[in-house]
Design a protein. Structure first.
Lengths: 708, 106
């Protein structure tokens, strides 16, 4: 059921307004020594996404209040006609509209909610920075782009947000642009993302072509879902299996770019060059999950593409394998990081791999649940890490940390909660979502259970590297550098309050999936519902994802008190064993202090990815660029020069017939015109007569010229 | 009354005007008179257009009446530019004789 809601446009517009105001203030205050009023900037920066959050809440309640059960309830707002083409029999039209369904509401609630919290945190973190207003403007612009990404009702509008978050990511990674390494990191992120963006565009075109096979091509999500859900289109889907497979793979390439999966993984660890709130907001909680969002949004398409595209693998199988490889890669790399933010960055890569694994077995709701819990605990970890960095005066090297549990107790407490959640100890948010992923993997067909085994190993690694971070940062004896010693301080309240909220969230949001609590929430207003039928989160997303998921695997039978014991046991064991292993190695903070912090090509844990890129992407592009430069210099410049030479030659030639006297020039041209007209238009003797007279006049004038 | 005038008569008048303009432009050495001659030629063309437009009905007739309006506008701007240039040159040369400008080629 479709209901129009006229306030939806405010959700993206408010942060945009904030970005414009703060951008103007930043530009206006560029010449003053201290910049525009930080208080006012903070107010605008926090208020606009905060209001967007409130409107999102209102919309979510309105959505739930639509009286129809089981049906896909949506709020929509059509903004304007965007593209209307009707040329030579080709018709294409696209309206810019907003779509607010269950999936959007879930994404928006945490994007705007966590986003607002991180804006508050940024006030404390960036207060001393000269570019405070500029930073806030970028953050607001990012919020706008991210909201557009999830609230747009068509692929092109999502692409607008998709590009926007990429650009904001670039701006914010390179925020401290006086450091050239940071600029390189920003450029790398942007360029790698561009490769994925190309995949997104081509995939969208291919998808349109598939749907246009019966003239119903459209880029609106509702049309796409309806088209692929329609049983009458099965034959068309089989008929264009190759194109559909290509569309899926290209769209997935776009997802790997934004969500830092193999092969486009390398930019995310470098992206830690940006200020810590940016890492928390963009590179952990929101932007990197947009790949998962796109997969879930197009779940009907991916499920319909059931034909093998490569080595007998379907697109979803490829998603599964890529997710598995990336999760393992990120976890192994996370083991050896010395920079606290980089350790968390690799952890993000690894967790995103988990989400893609879940998508690969068609468990989109579980993937989104992990997105949701991950947003809480990873934001907590990053913000707490930022608090540590702030407290240690911009020290990020874990070799010079340690002993902070006593010095920064509040930060420690909430980092502990994030750690508790991510390694999957019973009760934390990650415990629920990660075990669900394991459960679905073991439940899957084909080689999915094997992947599940790898996932358990990755969970073990996760516990090891996260506990290592805990030991090196908080639990081991202090190893601070001399200039910091004695000055370690707890962070201001604007930073601690958001950490507190998020840390508390990372402890409790997991229960949304618990059947017991879920049943209470879900069945509150519905006396007819069966108890324990399902849980709140799954049921919430059911209208959007249900049809697609039912096609992939049999729905799991939730019995009263049903618990899938094996994954739960394995997951908990992995966490505990990992904790103990890490305790064995790092309980006294032993890290070889002469060990260099390896970067770029020297870092072995990137598995030579950068080298492979150098060989297969960068070098060929350089060769092509060299050839193109030669073509431009030699050929194009030659042609241009030749044209100029020809023009000059003609001009010089013409000046020789030019007469210096104005009157003779005029007479000659008049005579010429008369001659031409008489020869071309007249016929018979009169033409000759007139022509001769004209020539005679011209001769007389020339003679006059020479005589006088 | 105007309907009694034959189409060809208008063209003859226009041709005479044109020739007069041409003659002025060719024979007079004063730059201003030269410009006037050119204006006269342009107006002769306008007259010719108007004369032909009477031979058509409806839209074609309108077309013949619109073209002179464009020509008048363009001629006005051309005269502006021309006069401005003439003034510039005259200031430098202290002369209105167009033949005095004959060294401009170099």
């Amino acid at each position: 059921m479709k209901v129009s809601f006229e306030l939806l446009w405010l959700i993206p517009f408010l942060p945009l307004l904030g970005a414009i105001i703060n951008g103007a203030l930043s530009l206006g205050g560029a010449r003053s020594a201290f910049g525009p009023s930080r208080g006012f900037v903070s107010l605008i920066a926090v208020l606009t996404p905060g209001l967007a959050f409130v409107i999102t809440l209102i919309a979510a309640f309105k959505l739930s209040a639509i009286p129809s059960v089981g049906d896909n309830k949506v709020l929509v707002q059509t903004l304007w006609e965007w593209i209307a083409v009707d040329v030579a029999g080709f018709k294409f039209s696209l309206t810019a509209g907003l779509l607010f369904d269950k999936l959007t509401s879930m994404m928006l609630l945490f994007v705007t909610g966590i986003g607002t919290l991180i804006h508050i945190y940024s006030i404390g973190y960036m207060w001393e920075d000269r570019g405070f207003a500029r930073f806030m403007a970028y953050l607001n612009l990012f919020m706008f782009s991210m909201i557009i990404l999830v609230i747009g009702d068509s692929l092109p509008l999502t692409f607008l947000g998709w590009e926007g978050v990429g650009m904001c990511s670039y701006l914010l990674i390179g925020f401290w642009h006086k450091n050239n390494e940071y600029n390189d990191a920003a450029r790398k992120a942007f360029i790698v993302n561009r490769i994925g963006d190309l995949g997104f565009l081509l995939g969208a075109f291919a998808l349109y072509l598939v749907m246009n096979s019966n003239g119903m091509g459209s880029l609106h999500y509702r049309d796409i879902a309806n088209w692929f859900q329609n049983p009458a289109h099965l034959e068309l889907i089989t008929g264009s299996a190759g194109l559909l497979g290509a569309a899926c793979l290209l769209l997935f390439l776009g997802c790997t770019g934004k969500s830092a999966q193999i092969p486009l993984v390398t930019w995310l660890p470098d992206a830690m060059a940006g200020p810590t709130p940016v890492s928390a907001l963009i590179h952990a909680a929101t932007m990197v999950t947009s790949g998962i969002y796109l997969l879930a949004r197009l779940c009907d398409v991916f499920v319909a593409a059931s034909a093998p595209v490569f080595l007998g693998l379907t697109p979803l199988d490829i998603v599964l394998i890529v997710g598995c490889l990336t999760a393992a890669w990120g976890a192994i790399a996370g083991l050896v990081q010395l920079d606290i933010k980089k350790a968390l960055a690799y952890s993000t890569v690894s967790q995103l791999g988990f989400m893609f694994m879940a998508c690969g077995v068609g468990a989109f709701d579980v993937a989104l649940f992990h997105v949701f819990t991950h947003a809480f605990f990873k934001a907590t970890l990053f913000l707490a890490a930022g608090s540590v960095i702030h407290g240690l005066h911009h020290e990020q090297d874990m070799r010079r940390m340690g002993g902070l549990a006593k010095l920064m107790p509040i930060t420690y407490a909430w980092f502990w909660c994030g750690w508790f959640a991510i390694i999957g100890l019973p009760g934390g948010a990650g415990f629920f979502s990660k075990d669900l992923i394991l459960e679905r993997l073991f439940d899957g067909h084909g080689f999915a259970p094997f992947i599940g085994g790898v996932a358990v190993a990755v969970a073990l690694l996760t516990a090891i590297y996260m506990t290592r971070v805990m030991y090196l940062t908080f639990w081991s004896p202090a190893r601070h550098s001399d200039e910091v010693k004695g000055h370690v301080h707890e962070s201001p309240a604007t930073m601690l309050i958001p950490i507190t909220i998020l840390g508390f969230g990372s402890l409790v949001v997991g229960i949304l999936w618990s059947p017991l609590v879920g049943a209470i929430i879900t069945n509150a207003g519905d006396p007819g519902a069966k108890p324990f039928a399902s849980n709140a989160f799954e049921l919430y997303l059911q209208p959007v994802l249900g049809l697609a998921q039912a096609k992939v695997h049999e729905p799991i039978k939730h019995l009263p008190g049903h618990i899938a014991w094996m994954p739960l046991l394995l997951g908990t064991m992995a966490a505990v064993i990992g904790l103990l292993i890490a305790r064995w190695f790092w309980s006294r903070g032993h890290v070889n202090s002469t060990e260099k912090d390896l970067v770029g090509f020297a870092a072995w844990w990137t598995w030579g990815f950068d080298r492979v890129y150098l060989a297969i992407v960068i070098l060929p592009i350089k060769v092509v660029a060299w050839i193109l430069a030669w073509i431009v210099d030699a050929l194009v410049a030659g042609v241009v020069g030749l044209t100029a030479e020809v023009a000059r030659f003609l001009g010089d030639g013409y000046t020789s017939v030019q007469r210096p006297r104005l009157r003779s020039s005029l007479a000659l041209s008049a005579a010429g015109a008369v001659g031409l007209v008489s020869l071309l238009l007249l016929s018979g003797p009169i033409a000759w007569v007139v022509g001769l007279v004209a020539v005679g006049v011209a001769v007389v004038f020339l003679l006059l010229e020479f005589l006088f | 009354m105007i309907n009694h005038i034959a189409l060809v008569d208008v063209q003859i008048v226009a041709a005479i005007l044109f020739c007069l303009g041409l003659a002025v432009a060719l024979t007079r050495r004063n730059v201003f008179l030269l410009l006037m001659g050119i204006e006269l030629m342009l107006n002769a063309v306008n007259l010719s257009f108007i004369g032909f437009s009477r031979g058509f009905a409806g839209a074609e007739s309108l077309f013949g009446q619109m073209t002179p309006i464009f020509i008048i506008a363009i001629a006005a701007s051309a005269a502006c530019v021309g006069l401005a240039m003439v003034i510039c040159i005259v200031r430098g040369r202290e002369s209105l004789d167009s033949d005095a400008f004959a060294d401009m080629k170099e």
